[in-house]
Design a protein around this ligand. Structure first.
Ligand code: GDP
Ligand code: ZN
Length: 458
């Protein structure tokens, strides 16, 4: 059934005290009204909120005090009638409310079904729908704002504009094929075609360039804190995590034996990788030592190499410098509150141009400088443009790469003097590929697959 009424709990488990049961569909209001005792909800205005009590009509038992939001079609997320029942009683009572609305005739929503309806009813396009999914998954503030912008339709608008450019060139080619006797048209068409194709290709490529940044934004910069035992790695991790409130600490799917901590250092999302599950037992760290650090290097985008200023530089330190030499690295000489036995000239030589910061983590000295160095490494005044359109979705990246290939083929054919109708085939292909990003011309199966990835209740 296309328009049956669906329901789900739409607040993630454990997040805050308020949980919401959301309904969407023709019967959303009447189903809720059968439970709501304080008012006749069928006659209230759209986009209003009503305080009252829910009662189980079977037992006439009061279930819950709630706030009911009514949003009537079409000005809603799904373009259907939507009801949101705000429960204050935590997960137990929210589940009870859900049971009741299901008993009164709603159907439990499939994962992503609310968003799917929004898409199918033309409320949002596919890239916006995916942005909703990214939003649910985004682990950092910045990734969140990228997702919000995409939801807002920035990427869609850009893609639409590029497709428009392509379709216009195709129209010109058509004219040219229909009226081959006009030489002027032929020449004009060729120039226009090449110019537009190059333009679209360059735009596609700049979108692809943002993809790496997008990944970083979404997943955080993989940051490994390495160093010999006892230099202050755990202390550094704790301070960074403490000062920069971790936005999410419990990420599903990261249950490896490394502890990861998401922190936001001056707008740079870091995924701090604790190299040896330090929390569990300090002994393990000592055993695994440098070897373990070396492993963490492989996956890292950024290395924080910690040295102990209270000791001379050792061979182990040199080995770590060597292992990290091709990566973005920031050197921290720690324990400045103690006697300094390290030779700073040796350190800066080993650092080979990488920033060297001195800290006393125990006295919380030098942390500002370290955070600034982290921010400088990644922003370079570049990543920080808030209004950039980022591409961060794997499906989008693949489609953009294919579109780029097709545009390349078109340009090559032009250079080789191939007939325009052949060039047109490649242009049309890139137009279709770009269309898939925003969900124009996609097959039902793709849509189903995409929406099934959503969390329940979205
Ligand atoms: P890790 O083995 O590299 O993780 O080092 P830890 O962070 O566990 O620190 C080892 C020891 O050094 C602990 O006793 C810390 O309190 C101490 N420590 C960490 N930073 C400093 C510092 O800046 N000055 C001094 N004096 N001790 C520190
Ligand atoms: Zn430690």
């Amino acid at each position: 059934m296309e328009n049956d009424t669906i329901a789900a709990v739409s607040t993630p488990a454990g997040e805050g005290a308020i949980a919401i049961v959301r309904l969407s569909g023709d019967e959303a209001v009447s189903i809720t009204n059968q439970l709501f005792t304080s008012k006749d909800l069928r006659h209230v205005d759209s986009h209003t909120i009503h305080y009252g009590k829910l009662m189980d009509p079977k037992t006439e038992e009061k279930v819950e005090e709630v706030m009911v939001s009514i949003m009537k079609a079409p000005k809603t997320f799904t373009r259907e009638d939507i009801i949101e029942i705000n429960c204050h009683g935590g997960m137990v009572s929210v589940n009870r409310v859900l049971q009741l609305v299901l008993r009164e005739g709603a159907r439990l929503a499939e994962p992503g079904e609310f968003t799917k309806r929004a898409f199918l009813n033309g409320r949002i396009d596919l890239s916006q729908a995916e942005a909703v999914m990214d939003l649910i998954r985004s682990k950092t503030d910045r990734a969140m704002s990228v997702a919000l912008k995409q939801m807002d339709g920035r990427l869609s608008n850009l893609i639409r504009d590029l497709r428009q450019q392509l379709i216009e060139t195709v129209a010109h080619v058509e004219v040219n094929i229909d009226y081959p006797e006009y030489d002027d048209v032929e020449e004009m068409t060729h120039d226009l075609l090449e110019e537009r194709t190059r333009y679209v290709k360059s735009e596609v490529q700049s979108l692809l360039l943002t993809a790496k940044q997008g990944k970083i934004l979404r997943e955080g910069i993989a940051t490994a804190i390495i160093g010999k035992p006892n230099v202050g790695k755990s202390s550094l991790m704790n301070i960074l995590a403490h000062e920069n409130k971790a936005i999410v600490t419990d990420i599903p799917g990261t249950t490896r034996d490394v502890i990861e901590e998401y922190v936001n250092v001056r707008g740079v999302p870091l995924r701090l990788i604790d190299t040896a599950g330090i929390r569990e037992t300090e002994d393990i760290v000592e055993k695994i030592g440098v070897e373990r650090s070396r492993q963490a290097l492989q996956d890292a985008d950024l290395i924080l190499l910690v040295l102990n200023g209270n000791e001379p530089l050792s061979e182990e330190d040199a080995a770590l410098f060597e292992a990290a030499k091709d990566l973005d690295i920031i050197v921290t000489v720690n324990k400045t509150d103690l006697d300094q036995k390290i030779d700073m000239n040796e350190v800066s030589q080993a650092a080979n141009g990488a920033p060297v910061i001195t800290t006393s983590l125990i006295e919380e000295q030098g942390i500002d400088e370290l955070e600034q160095a982290i921010a400088d490494t990644f922003f370079d005044g570049e990543l920080d443009h808030g209004d950039l359109t980022y591409v961060s979705n794997v499906r989008h990246i693949q489609l953009l790469e294919q579109a780029d290939d097709a545009l390349n083929d078109a340009l090559n054919s032009m250079e080789m003097g191939m007939p325009l109708d052949l060039v047109q085939i490649d242009i049309t292909r890139s137009w279709e590929l770009l269309g898939e990003i925003i969900g124009e011309d996609v097959h039902e199966s793709l849509i189903d697959q995409l929406f099934s990835q959503f969390c329940l209740g979205k």
